[in-house]
Design a binder for this molecule. Structure first.
Ligand code: NAD
Length: 295
């Protein structure tokens, strides 16, 4: 029989991940505190909408979480999942949360004979929709073998980064780099244009030179260069600046714990905080280009 899966968090990412599980005939029991999110699933078979979180837990061999932050994940685990889950249940947390909370939850789960695994993702809403997410997984090897087939229904690259917390460690390292290179690309494009360069010419030169990076190549923050990305749609959709700020704060917190120097991450964090407090918190993180041109 197909494994029964429970899913908490049907937001921008979670709803698409659930659809990909339903497409391959998994039975999925879903819950979100915002009942409007259930509307999306009306026409699908094999989906059970839970009125209460308890129903998700009793039905499931695997419980997947795609929630906003560590406090919420902790709350859902400690109030709902841990007391009710059957022994041996796999709890796969795909949210991006702080490493400390995640490792603590993994320990508590282990004492209860449950498996708590960090499996944050990269690839954004489009990756979630197309089932091409990268999963960065932190758990024991045996657990990885058990959950990999489930993750493979929602993603393309499923990589075990190490033991508990390692998936999150990899995720925040990637995201701090994405934030810094997004700011760098925005500064370069902004300065070049002000110096009189044609934006497409400048971008082509960067992309065939040493400044080339994902932001310049695939997600250019300057409008009018790459179609169908947030910078061409008034910075709507994509990955919100407030979520990037949260991830940068998680990176700084982790860096402090191991005394790693992160001077540019500190600058990037302050800059994104400033962007958010100027009302751009829901805009995609490439909005930094627009912000550099504020009045
Ligand atoms: P979102 O805010 O769109 O969705 C979160 C959902 O969780 C909402 O529907 C909310 O109602 C629900 N929720 C909140 N508390 C709940 C509870 N106690 N029980 C059940 N549901 C609850 O967020 P998102 O963009 O889907 O991101 C989710 C996570 O994935 C975040 O940690 C984010 O950092 C990470 N992430 C997002 C992206 C992206 O591009 N959006 C990419 C990679 C990782």
């Amino acid at each position: 029989r197909y494994a029964s899966i429970g899913f908490f968090g049907l937001g921008n990412m979670g709803k698409h991940m659930v659809i990909n599980l339903l497409k391959v005939n998994h039975n999925v029991t879903i819950f979100d505190t915002d009942s409007k999110t259930f509307d999306y699933f009306k026409e699908y078979k094999h989906v059970n909408i839970a009125n209460k979180p308890e129903y998700v837990i009793q039905q499931s061999d695997f419980i997947i979480l795609m929630l906003p932050n560590g406090d919420i994940v902790r709350n859902v685990c400690q109030s709902n999942i841990f007391p009710l889950a059957r022994k041996g249940t796999f709890i796969i947390d795909c949210s991006t949360i702080d490493l400390r909370t995640s490792k603590e939850l993994a320990k508590i789960a282990q004492n209860e004979k449950l498996h708590f695994i960090d499996a944050p993702v990269s690839g954004g809403v489009i990756g979630a929709q197309q089932g091409t997410l990268t999963f960065m997984v932190g758990c024991e090897l045996d657990d990885f073998k058990s959950i990999k087939p489930i993750l493979a229904k929602m993603g393309k690259n499923i990589v075990r980064a190490g033991t508990n917390g390692s998936g999150l460690a990899a995720k925040i390292c990637n995201n701090l780099l994405a934030a810094i290179s997004m700011i760098g690309t925005s500064e370069a494009m902004n300065l070049g244009i002000k110096l009189g360069l044609e934006k497409k010419v400048l971008n082509e030169l960067i992309n065939s030179s040493t400044g080339q990076c994902w932001s310049s190549q695939s997600y250019n923050p300057c409008p009018g260069i790459i179609p169908n990305i947030p910078s061409n749609n008034n910075y709507q959709g994509g990955f919100a600046s407030e979520l990037m700020t949260k991830d940068l704060l998680i990176a700084l917190d982790a860096a402090k714990d191991v005394q790693a120097m992160t001077p540019l991450t500190e600058h990037a964090t302050k800059f994104y905080q400033e962007i958010c407090s100027n009302g751009l918190n829901k805009k995609d993180f490439s909005v930094v280009f627009q912000y550099l041109n504020k009045e």
